[in-house]
Design a protein around this ligand. Structure first.
Ligand SMILES: C[S@@+](CC[C@H](N)C(=O)[O-])C[C@H]1O[C@@H](n2cnc3c(N)ncnc32)[C@H](O)[C@@H]1O
Length: 435
């Protein structure tokens, strides 16, 4: 099952890097958890100078994000924290969580590994905490609502390291789900994700250069600075190309395309488009400089921490709430998943029902591989007339089908408008015949 999950959604492995980076920044619980998970800290050290510097700036970025998010969570005063996605971070063990209800949500593979580990650590420490891990797909409302059963609002929903993996249709599903949850429980959703590339680039500026140069560059930053251009002008093409290469490796490994309408690099029109998208989903955002909750950093010395703080004057935490004037949402619906597959000679007839997402795609993959293994596959017909939604995890299975046959031999029928948009926006419409 784990192998099927990993093949339909490889993104969850990236979350282990945060734990290792926090460990490198000197976070004792992160180091302890990394050891218990059998992760290799030594594997994160580089010989090449440029890679080493990039490694340092990644550690500083992740540490800054994690620790400042902790401070912002505390500042909301909410007693219930919904960490979506929780990944492998040690948040459940932080002191400030002790008097809170901590609802940690991530894909099932992560929740099933983290839940027992955190329970074991708390038991070893003789600590009792209101902490629970839940397997969810953030685009799947029913799974999120199940994780929140019995929760007391107002909530602080916290998101770090999720939005950049989502396609626009997945983002739209997430925004509707967040809105439904905030409308029911009250509270806020906080995230730095929209400005993720600005955070990485400004930390690269802070860490990768001699202090005088870094200071001069940070002094010249403003809220709409195109960090990519600043970085290039300051450090030359090499720094920019390393950054691009690391981004490519990351997105290549995860087999996802980066980029959706909520990701803001600096241009005012991007910010406006992100705000419009929130508004269209009945949400609104208030922006607070991350510098307002600048934590102490183990990965940087005092002078560089101060520089990072100055850079964070230009980067925002987004506090997102419901917009009272918005048009009410339609019912989320049940959309129970189902797949049936029949073989006719070399033709595979697939019928999909409900939602294919990270939770259900492994079952879809297993059914497909079982059927394909027993036939000489030439054509695939997928009946989508009862399919409500398909996420990247489901599209990966579709891609395996596309690769298994000659070009043009995968045909889809009964495609609804939502799925048609998803296929168009992800480029899949060009790889299949849509009847
Ligand atoms: C880069 S990690 C961030 C995790 C953590 N907040 C951190 O800072 O390390 C991305 C996380 O998103 C989770 N994820 C990816 N797609 C998801 C989805 N559709 N629903 C819920 N979690 C998802 C992955 O499993 C992974 O743990």
């Amino acid at each position: 099952m784990d192998e099927l999950r990993e093949r339909t959604n490889p993104v969850f492995n990236t979350a282990k890097a945060t734990l290792l980076q926090l460990a490198q920044a000197g976070h004792a619980d992160a180091a302890m958890m990394a050891e218990k998970l059998g992760l290799d800290l030594a594997g994160m050290t580089y010989n090449d100078d440029q890679k080493k510097a990039m490694g340092q700036s990644n550690v500083a970025t992740l540490e800054l994000r994690y620790r400042s998010m902790n401070a912002f969570i505390q500042a909301t005063g909410a007693k219930t924290v919904v960490d979506l996605p929780c990944g492998y971070t040690p948040r459940a063990l932080e002191d400030f969580i002790a008097d809170k209800h901590y609802i940690a949500c991530d894909l099932p593979a992560v929740a099933e590994e983290m839940g027992p580990l955190v329970d074991k650590i708390l038991a070893e420490r003789g600590q009792k905490r209101d902490v629970a891990y839940h397997g969810v797909d953030a685009t799947n409302y029913a799974s999120l609502r199940a994780a929140l059963e019995g929760a007391q609002g107002p909530l602080c929903i916290t998101t770090e390291g999720l939005l950049m993996y989502f396609t626009d249709p997945e983002l739209a599903a997430l925004l509707d789900n967040i809105r439904r949850i905030l409308e029911e429980f009250g509270g806020v959703w906080i995230t730095q994700d929209p400005e993720v590339s600005r955070v990485y680039m400004s930390m690269t500026i802070v860490v990768m250069n001699d202090l005088a140069k870094a200071k001069a560059t940070v002094d010249a930053l403003d809220g709409s600075a195109d960090m990519g251009a600043v970085l290039k002008a300051m450090a030359g093409d090499k720094a920019q190309s390393t950054l691009n290469a690391s981004k490519k490796t990351f997105s290549g490994e995860a087999d996802v395309k980066f980029g959706n309408v909520m990701l803001v690099k600096g241009a005012p029109e991007q910010l406006a488009a992100a705000m419009d998208t929130l508004r269209a989903h009945g949400l609104k955002a208030e922006l607070t400089p991350v510098a307002q909750r600048m934590p102490k950093l183990g990965s940087l010395d005092g002078e560089r921490t101060e520089l990072a703080r100055q850079a964070m004057e230009h980067i925002s935490l987004w506090t997102i709430t419901t917009d009272g004037d918005a048009v009410p949402l339609a019912d989320a619906g049940g959309d129970t998943f189902g797949v049936s597959i029949k073989a006719r000679g070399g033709v595979m007839d697939v019928a999909l029902r409900g939602r294919v997402d990270s939770l259900t795609a492994p079952e879809f993959l297993a059914a497909y591989e079982k059927a394909a293994g027993a036939m000489d596959l030439t054509d695939v017909h997928v009946d989508m007339s009862a399919l409500a939604y398909i996420s990247s995890a489901g599209l990966r299975v579709l891609l395996m089908m596309i690769k298994a046959v000659q070009p043009g031999h995968v045909a889809l029928s009964g495609v609804n408008d939502t799925v048609r948009d998803i296929l168009a926006q992800t480029g899949y419409a060009d790889m299949v015949t849509v009847k």
